[in-house]
Design a protein around this ligand. Structure first.
Ligand SMILES: NC(=O)c1ccc[n+]([C@@H]2O[C@H](COP(=O)([O-])OP(=O)(O)OC[C@H]3O[C@@H](n4cnc5c(N)ncnc54)[C@H](OP(=O)(O)O)[C@@H]3O)[C@@H](O)[C@H]2O)c1
Length: 330
């Protein structure tokens, strides 16, 4: 009998990459997606599908009892661009709590429940040079606070559900639409940076994150949180260089003053609210980008999950740009 994995958010950038890797291992994968979710990356005939009504404990329990017990559950669905603080908390925190509650039932309990949180739940490095897993969480955005709230729900379920939390820094790779916006701009010859000094940043290539998640599901000690990054210290200038090199492009580099960008972000957010869609550049995003230090310490992840990233930013970016070109995005 093959192992049964339930992946929420399976159609998204990270969810679809995990889904493919699990299928390649011969696991039976059930993709939890919404009726209107784009299934472009979920064409494999072996896939099963389910729609989970996260908002209702009772409806969720009924649906999951119909599915039967899964060996592993990877809860990846989440919102990164909500219009209101309460939307972040409803989707990222309440839905996670509902799912975890239902799965802590004796008949449904998986051997691992992986919650894909974010480094934003810890917040940037403060006193130390790098974000550490044991630093007191101090998220600087509603998004980060909502992920932190979900983690706290799981902590309260310790003993009833074998959970593991993965906290990725910025993830990039094929199919990603967020960092792609910067890459697209560079491909047009323009590099825009926020603030006068380069920001301290960290990254992880999507296939390394997938390998880390599989290790966490299969052998990660339960009740622990793992920072996911490639372990190298970068700046936003390194990101520009990696993209420029991968594209083989000369660019015009501009450093925009923080105050000016804040004004633009406020304006684009107002337009976004009116259109019912949060733009990529908003005030929340600026709180993460505006000079915070996102270097992070992955020594515990390396130790407990035997995690050895295969890609650094430069090698990962070459693969990513190749994919965007092959698929006509660039
Ligand atoms: N990308 C990063 O750099 C990064 C870093 C740290 C953490 N994360 C976390 O990783 C997860 C996946 O992110 P991603 O980059 O793969 O983003 P993505 O491509 O936008 O995928 C998000 C997934 O969540 C689903 N989702 C969003 N709102 C939902 C809702 N209200 N109900 C049910 N499903 C919902 C989406 O379904 P639809 O397609 O139907 O909207 C999609 O499947 C998120 O939880 C995010 O917080 C991402």
């Amino acid at each position: 009998m093959s192992l049964r994995l339930l992946v929420t958010g399976a159609n998204g950038f990270i969810g679809s990459a995990l889904t493919e890797a699990a299928l390649a291992r011969g696991w039976e994968v059930t993709a939890a997606v919404r009726p209107n979710s784009d299934r472009t990356y979920l064409r494999d005939a072996r896939l099963r599908f389910v729609h989970l009504p996260y908002h209702s404990l009772q409806a969720l329990a009924e649906t999951l009892h119909q599915q039967g017990r899964f060996d592993y559950v990877a809860h990846i669905a989440g919102t990164t661009k909500a219009l209101r603080r309460e939307d972040y908390f409803r989707v990222n925190a309440d839905y996670t709590r509902h799912l975890a509650e239902v799965l802590s039932d004796d008949a449904l309990r998986p051997s691992r429940f992986l919650f894909l949180s974010s480094l934003a739940a810890l917040g940037p490095a403060t006193a130390a040079e790098r974000v550490r897993p044991d630093q007191p969480p101090a998220p600087v955005t509603a998004y980060g606070a909502s992920k932190r709230a979900a983690e706290a729900y799981l902590e309260a379920l310790t003993g009833r559900l074998p959970w593991v939390v993965v906290q990725p820094t910025a993830v990039f790779g094929p199919r990603d639409r967020d960092l792609f916006q910067f890459i697209q701009l560079v491909s047009r010859g323009l590099e825009l940076y926020i603030g006068r000094t380069p920001q301290r940043a960290s990254f992880i290539y999507v296939s390394d994150l997938v390998a880390l998640m599989l290790a966490a599901l299969e052998s990660g000690p339960s009740g622990r949180k793992f920072i996911a990054a490639d372990g190298r210290d970068y700046t936003t200038d390194d990101l520009g260089e990696a993209v420029r090199t991968a594209l083989g492009r000369r660019t015009l580099r501009l450093r925009l003053p923080l105050a000016g960008v804040r004004a633009v972000a406020t304006l684009s957010e107002l337009v976004g609210r009116w259109q019912g869609k949060m733009p990529a550049l908003n005030r929340e995003k600026l709180r993460e980008l505006g000079g915070a230090n996102w270097h992070c310490d992955i020594s515990e992840t390396a130790y407990y999950l035997s995690f050895r990233p295969e890609y650094d930013l430069y090698r990962g970016m070459e693969e990513t740009v190749k994919w965007y070109r092959q698929h006509g995005w660039l």
